[in-house]
Design a protein around this ligand. Structure first.
Ligand SMILES: [Zn+2]
Length: 474
């Protein structure tokens, strides 16, 4: 089974051929932590979360990197009553909470830009050495990428340099061409010393684009499989990432992927219109699992139009999503009253849709088709068929991150006591440790390491003694 994915650079759906078969490396541009997350940010995170889950379902080991841009012009401008780093961290926590609320898995790595400044220096030095970057002509500590030195500049968005807007990131007097963009930005008088770093070109801070190129290289290597992000990042951000990484001689991304944006009542969200739907608004208006269902039901590349009921979120699109998802939940409840749901795999129609550039509208249609079939079997008293269909529905819901029984939708719920949670955790850990003992006995050390790593990723420390293995929460 080959997974197919739309490559924005080739403007075509292509077979995903990972550099290392069975492993997929993904870099997704994360937020600039300057103000609270809105529904567009949540949509992007959910889109790539479903990609990741589907690629894993198809047997790939996915390394998923999503960065945090914690130093940027906008972070400095918005930090009025607090240090810039305090604002960045406060907003980062809001993003983490919003992502977690809608069931987005934590990335494999989530680097902050400020922790990779030496790697940015190395990349800038390489670009200067190769003749694609230069220190500012006006003697400041700025360093620019020389767009005219790189014939492929504009390849991602199919633009010619002459028709591009100037890069408004610095005084054009320091530039060879007004479209040259900043890799390193000299510290300005009014900027705090804490927001600047020493560099071979003088004190300053990185440009936004070089941050992502350096972090992708640091965590995924010189070449990786998929680069993702919102459609609004295609130019200049992704065009510049592509130019600087390939001009430095790196393979960079094989596939460029972009998720669509979210409109509200047919209009683009904007500060001036005051129509932005923040993550907090969304999560206050509808159950988080329904918010995720609403986002997943549209194809990740399409524009989602969120319809309100005269400005109220409790109506319109979200009410429809609540009704549609409620039908699936009611069926599952009915089926569970009949018997235990069997472990089933996803139906072929669902798999084919997901393999075809993650066509979730068709996949969700298959889910509803299965729901109707389960209800019909229940009505007809055919319990075996009903349970089989319900088992398939659960398999599909799991891949979409929408299993109503998943702990993520119940964390902090008052129905479960701490003791019950501890008992459940102990039972799960013991099961995994038993599997690991079996793997070791069979000399399958890869499997045994995988289990230990999975436990470590969940914050559980495993210690092997002479005869016994103990565990603790790290
Ligand atoms: Zn980026």
């Amino acid at each position: 089974m080959t997974v197919r994915i739309y490559d924005s650079k080739q403007q075509a759906i292509v077979d995903l051929r990972p550099i290392r078969p069975g492993e997929v490396s993904m870099y997704v541009c994360g937020p600039t932590v300057q103000s609270s997350p809105h529904i567009g940010h949540v949509r992007s995170a959910v889109a790539y979360d479903v990609w990741r889950r589907w690629l894993e379902h198809r047997g790939n080991r996915v390394t998923f990197v999503r960065n945090v841009t914690d130093i940027d012009d906008k972070v400095l401008v918005n930090a009025v009553d607090e240090p810039w780093w305090a604002l960045a961290y406060r907003i980062e926590l809001e993003f983490t909470a919003a992502y977690r609320a809608v069931g987005v898995l934590a990335p494999t790595y989530e680097p902050r830009a400020t922790a990779s400044v030496p790697e940015m220096h190395a990349l800038i030095a390489l670009l200067i050495e190769r003749g694609h970057a230069y220190p500012a002509l006006d003697g400041s500590a700025d360093v620019y990428f020389d767009v005219r030195s790189w014939p492929r500049y504009g390849a991602l968005t199919r633009q010619s340099i002459d028709r591009m807007e100037p890069a408004a990131d610095a005084d054009p007097r320091g530039k060879r061409d007004p479209r040259d963009f900043a890799l390193w930005k000299a510290r300005k008088r009014d900027e705090p010393a804490s927001a600047s770093w020493e560099s071979p070109w003088g004190t300053g801070r990185p440009g936004w684009h070089i941050e992502c190129s350096a972090m992708a290289r640091k965590y995924l290597g010189d070449a990786f499989d998929i680069h993702g992000g919102g459609l609004d990042l295609r130019f200049p951000h992704h065009e510049n990432e592509l130019a600087q990484s390939t001009a430095a001689g790196l393979g960079f991304a094989s596939v460029w992927s972009h998720n669509g944006l979210v409109n509200v009542d047919g209009e683009k969200m904007s500060k001036s219109l005051g129509n932005s739907i923040f993550a907090a608004d969304l999560l206050a208006s509808v159950r988080p699992i329904v918010a995720r269902y609403f986002l997943v039901a549209s194809h990740y590349r399409s524009t989602i139009d969120l319809r309100t009921a005269g400005g109220s979120l409790e109506g319109g699109s979200l009410a429809e999503a609540e009704a549609a998802f409620g039908r699936i939940e009611s069926m599952l409840e009915r089926a569970r009253r009949v018997g235990e749901l069997p472990e089933r795999t996803v139906p072929d129609a669902f798999g084919a849709a997901m393999d075809d550039d993650l066509s979730t509208p068709q996949a969700v249609a298959a889910l509803h088709e299965t729901t109707r079939a389960a209800n019909a079997a229940l009505d007809a008293g055919d319990e075996a068929a009903a349970l089989a269909r319900a088992g398939e529905a659960i398999a599909m819901l799991r891949v979409l991150g929408l299993d109503p029984a998943d702990a993520v939708w119940h964390s902090g719920s008052s129905g479960t006591s701490g003791a019950e949670q501890s008992a459940a955790l102990a039972s799960l850990v013991e099961t995994l440790l038993a599997e690991r003992r079996q793997a070791r006995a069979a000399k399958d050390f890869a499997a045994s390491d995988r289990i230990r790593d999975a436990l470590a990723a969940a914050g559980i420390l495993v210690e092997d003694g002479r005869d016994t293995t103990t565990w603790s929460i790290a």
